[in-house]
Design a binder for this molecule. Structure first.
Ligand code: ATP
Length: 330
């Protein structure tokens, strides 16, 4: 039996976690969930939104499913998401973007993978106030982290029958930092003669993605461009309610939806559990439970294709009604 850490999050986190646990149970797969609370709700009791016990649990179980966790603004806490990624060295952020049946969007041929570097760039958090009118933020790019993420992207391409990896930078302007990322990409690409390497500037990529996303296959990007572009690609397939993600390191992996904790619809039984469910499906594939992953995916796709949807993607169902239809379709 698998023991998996579940961070049930805050905002809509507990509702969508409940839905996903119910669906996995109904599929016939037995999972022992090591449920760990984190975020705004534990600060008062434990003094931090990310207690050590959460990190210990993930290190022990190696795999976690994570619902969104809010980091309170302006209270001096580091982002829970950034801290998790850093402490567990989850260096690769993987966001597959593919059209879902029944979810109408502008394009119906989106099938691309965003691989975002997760540990450095402007997210290193090195900022200084020079004077009251000037602030500096330092962009860190290292050869080690750049080669590691580019290798991850090429390996992913090989294992998943992809044909091209495209490196996204602004190396014409940031010649040293983005230049180093691009140079690392070129070095790594030589080890993968069967995958076509491609290079593009991030502004051009954005324009082309909204014109015709089928022009792209696997994208690899430094942290900040990856953050922005992966929200753009989430929009291409129907928005935050359906966009999944994973943070992968050498020892551990944390699977989580792209969306935040949606406090505006908290506790109203309105949240779409699809993004967390898609993340869970990827997680099941990662731990080798392909049979159950495919069984749940089929049930989810049938549910959506039959027009059963939550309000965020144009339907009328509540979280629990949607969950029950998926379970019926299993
Ligand atoms: P963060 O900064 O943590 O990413 P945010 O405020 O930018 O959070 P979200 O919390 O993801 O963004 O919410 C953005 C909008 O999308 C909100 O209106 C929210 O209700 C909606 N939303 C996000 N996730 C879902 C979901 N799973 N189901 C339905 N609506 C959602």
């Amino acid at each position: 039996m698998h023991k998996i850490t579940l961070i049930n999050g805050d905002g809509i986190g507990p509702e969508i976690s409940e839905s996903v646990m119910k669906i996995i149970k109904a599929s016939g797969l037995t999972v022992e969930w090591d449920i760990q609370t984190a975020g705004a709700d534990v600060i008062e009791k434990e003094g931090t939104p990310l207690p050590q016990r959460v990190l210990d649990s993930i290190r022990r179980n190696k795999v976690a499913l994570k619902a969104p966790v809010t980091t309170p603004i302006g209270k001096g806490f580091r982002s829970v998401n950034v801290q998790l990624r850093k402490d567990l060295d989850l260096y690769a952020n993987l966001r597959p973007c593919k059209n879902l049946p029944g979810v109408n969007t502008r394009f119906d041929n989106v099938d691309l993978i965003v691989v975002r570097e997760n540990t450095e760039d402007l997210y290193a958090g090195i900022e200084e106030q020079i004077d009251s009118d000037t602030a500096h933020s330092i962009k860190i790019i290292t050869r080690k982290a750049s080669e590691r993420i580019c290798r991850f992207a090429f390996e992913y391409a090989v294992k998943n029958n992809r044909h091209e990896v495209c490196c996204v930078t602004k190396a014409n302007i940031m010649k040293l930092s983005d230049g180093l990322f691009l140079e690392s990409f070129r070095v790594v690409a030589k080890d993968y003669p069967n995958i076509s390497p491609r290079e593009i500037l991030v502004d051009n990529l954005c324009m082309q993605l909204v014109q015709d996303p089928s022009r792209f296959d696997v994208l690899v990007l430094p942290n900040l461009y990856g953050d922005i572009v992966s929200d753009l690609t989430a929009g291409l397939i129907g928005g935050l309610g359906v966009a999944q993600g994973a943070n992968i390191g050498l020892d551990c992996a944390v699977f989580e939806p792209v969306h935040g904790s949606a406090p505006d619809i908290k506790g109203q039984n309105k949240a779409n559990p699809t993004a967390l469910l898609m993340s869970a499906i990827e997680m099941l594939k990662y731990i080798g439970e392909n049979f159950y992953a495919e069984k749940i995916e089929k049930a989810l796709f049938k549910t959506l294709a039959d027009g059963n949807k939550t309000a965020d993607i144009g339907g009328k169902l509540s979280t629990t009604e949607f969950t029950d239809v998926v379970i019926n379709n299993l």
